[in-house]
Design a protein around this ligand. Structure first.
Ligand SMILES: NCCCNCCCCCC(=O)CS
Ligand SMILES: [Zn+2]
Length: 661
């Protein structure tokens, strides 16, 4: 199934007709540069182009009042001074004779996305629209927004498709107070928003945007606000909030549909956001949401005012929706202190509503710590913040010709869409000799020889990005792991993350050079941590505690993986670990966001039941939903938390609170 793209140049046919400094950044070129970038990069052609449509009165009345709609209907016939007068009753928004028409198209585009995703015509999609929507209220326009496109889409999905649970992720740099207002007592709509706040000094300057606004009555817990109290937030800050807050809560909620208020004023260079996250981060944010709701994701453009970073961010988002692997994230150095304080506050405000946060630290006793700068927190000095920010544009990556290769026993059936690495591949004698002297000293059995040499061929092709990912069923998994790790780690720049699922001794020791990082999910009690690079995640009894496994994956494995930033991810499943296919697919799907999607899965020969599910995830198919998650086993929460507290001295991404001590 494909990715929908909705765009119509009619939505560029309105603009600011008078002088208003607060509104001058919202220009038609925002849409044209974004769409042109999609065309130029070839991404538009890979999408399913859907036509726009006008939202009807009934659609708009799902969120807005009749009197507001009637008032907006009059604007096409207003004179210039009437229009200016009409705007003065609202904040930071302008009207134009054609904006009502465009606002109906913007809202209608979001509905087109919902229809095509819910009817299974496409897997996901993006709508490039203006005017944006997330600030507009039931009775008022606000912040360049006329109708609340995403809120209308959510109400529409509930009404027309009886969708039980909808997640709205608002990564725009402003708080979508219109969305919050619409759903704050609705437990069927979970709203995530981060936003520049600066202790209420930033627009829209609302007390209701702070972390303690968690929703009302039945909706308590279903409104999650992450205030950024400083500018200059970076990729690490955004990823930390996803790993330690948004994703654990989203997986517990288990939405049937994900809507994204895709504003890109949270990217570097934007005059409103003044943040430092680079456009490629949106590939990761999109990727991390794509294994929710069976991949049903509708992204609707909100803000984004830097005409260079906006198109780059839009391309990163659409390319990921199409299934291309995300680029390796550049220099992640961990969350800043201010971000950690915000994260700490939000997690403690929500710990009573979400079992995945039950263990979260309580608010710091001196609540003031979120109100003033911590001593020593470096201030972005004045002239530095005055300079025009520059960033390296992410190199255009074409997806590899072969997305996934399978290395199976000769009688194995290669899953469709997978390339089969047959044993007929002529064995390169140099590889064979190297293997003989290094690994296969004694045994001469040619089957192992053939398997191992094909594995090294596979790794070389992945390194050259000729093949994206691979799966192999092998007889002797220890030998295979040793061979793969040695071969992959040999190249100087390479780093290999080995995710070991199942008991048994890891068949090689990780030396302190950091070339390999092993994270082992095991049911055996772990003694002290041997090394920074061999991390035993101990899950009690078996792997039946799915919430516990997911919690460890999201808040331990993923942050470690992002900080380690491997060039290859090797996932090893030893037999009998009994992980359910769906959980296994979530694990593979999430890990695919690392190493530019270069994931190699090694399994014992007797596990060909996992071949299909593994291939599906390696090919970028969304993993099936797990269903709403119960509370993880207390002993698993405890052991994972203890491990995190022990490791956070070495790994910044494991921090979740401001008191970094
Ligand atoms: N009144 C002082 C100037 C503040 N500027 C606010 C502009 C609204 C931004 C809305 C937006 O970007 C939608 S995503
Ligand atoms: Zn915005």
């Amino acid at each position: 199934m494909g990715t929908a793209l909705i765009y119509d140049e009619e939505m560029t046919n309105y603009k600011l007709l008078w002088v208003d400094p607060a509104c001058k950044i919202e220009v038609p070129e925002r849409l044209t540069v974004s769409y042109e970038a999609l065309v130029k990069s070839g991404l538009a052609d890979r999408c399913v182009s859907l036509p726009v449509r006008e939202a009807t009165d009934a659609d708009i009345l799902l969120v807005h009042s009749e009197e507001y709609l009637e008032a907006v209907k009059k604007t096409p016939y207003m004179t210039l001074e009437d229009l200016m007068d009409f705007c003065s009753q609202y904040g930071d928004v302008y009207f134009h004779p054609n904006i009502y028409h465009c606002a109906k198209l913007a809202a209608g585009s979001a509905l087109q996305l919902v229809d095509s995703v819910m009817m299974g015509k496409v897997r996901n999609g993006m709508a490039l629209v203006r005017p944006p929507g997330h600030h507009s209220m039931r009775n008022a326009a606000s912040g360049f927004c006329v109708f609340n496109n995403v809120a209308i889409a959510a109400q529409y999905a509930k009404q027309k498709y009886a969708v039980e649970r909808i997640l709205i992720v608002d990564w725009d740099i402003h708080h979508g107070q219109g969305v919050q207002d619409c759903f704050e007592d609705d437990p069927r709509v979970l709203y995530f928003s981060w936003h520049r706040y600066e202790h209420q000094k930033f627009w829209p300057n609302l007390r209701d945007s702070d972390f303690d606004r968690v929703g009302n009555e039945k909706g308590a817990g279903f409104n999650v606000n992450v205030p950024w109290n400083k500018v200059g937030m970076k990729n690490s800050d955004y990823l930390s909030v996803f790993c330690h807050l948004f994703l654990p809560v989203a997986y517990e909620f288990c939405p049937d549909l994900v809507l994204v208020c895709a504003g890109f004023d949270s990217a570097i260079g934007d005059p409103e956001g003044e943040m430092c996250a680079t456009p490629d981060i949106f590939a990761h944010l999109t990727h991390l949401l794509m294994n929710l709701a069976g991949g049903k994701l509708c992204a609707v453009l909100e803000g984004g005012y830097n005409l260079t970073s906006l198109p780059q961010s839009v391309c990163q988002t659409v390319q990921t929706l199409l299934g291309d692997p995300a680029p390796r994230p550049a220099n992640l150095d961990g969350p800043c202190l201010s971000a950690l304080e915000s994260l700490h506050c939000v997690r403690s405000a929500h710990k009573k509503y979400w079992s995945c946060l039950k263990h979260a630290a309580d608010l710091p006793t001196c609540e003031v710590s979120t109100k003033r700068n911590k001593v020593g927190e470096e201030e972005i000095n004045e002239e530095q913040s005055k300079q025009e920010p520059v960033w390296r544009e992410c190199p255009k990556t074409l997806p590899p010709d072969i997305s996934a290769a399978a290395l199976l026993p000769d009688d194995g059936i290669c899953p469709e869409r997978c390339y089969s690495l047959k044993s007929s591949e002529d064995l390169d004698p140099s590889i064979v000799n190297k293997l003989k002297e290094h690994i296969l000293k004694d045994t001469e059995d040619c089957e192992t020889l053939s398997t191992l040499s094909r594995l090294t061929v596979l790794i070389d092709k992945m390194e050259k990005n000729e093949i994206g990912s691979g799966l192999a069923l092998v007889k002797d998994i220890s030998k295979a792991v040793i061979c793969v790790v040695q071969h992959a780690a040999a190249a100087p720049m390479n780093r290999v993350l080995v995710v070991y699922v199942g008991d048994g001794v890891v068949p090689f020791h990780t030396n302190e050079d950091g070339k390999t990082l092993v994270v082992q999910f095991t049911t055996q009690k772990s003694e002290e941590i041997q090394s920074k690079y061999l991390i035993p995640v101990c899950l009690q009894k078996d792997y039946s505690d799915i919430p516990g496994f997911i919690q460890a994956t999201l808040s331990l494995l993923l942050p470690l993986g992002y900080e380690y930033d491997p060039s290859l991810v090797v996932v090893v499943q030893t037999s009998g670990c009994g992980l359910s296919h769906n959980v296994w697919q979530q694990l593979i799907g999430l890990l695919r966001g690392l190493a530019q999607g270069h994931t190699l899965v090694l399994m014992q020969e007797d596990q060909n039941a996992y071949v299909g599910p593994t291939a599906s995830s390696l090919l970028g198919d969304p993993a099936p939903p797990l269903g709403p998650l119960e509370a993880p086993l207390p002993e698993n929460v405890e052991s994972t938390e203890k491990l995190r507290l022990r490791l956070k001295a070495d790994w910044n991404f494991l921090l979740t609170t401001g008191n970094v001590k």
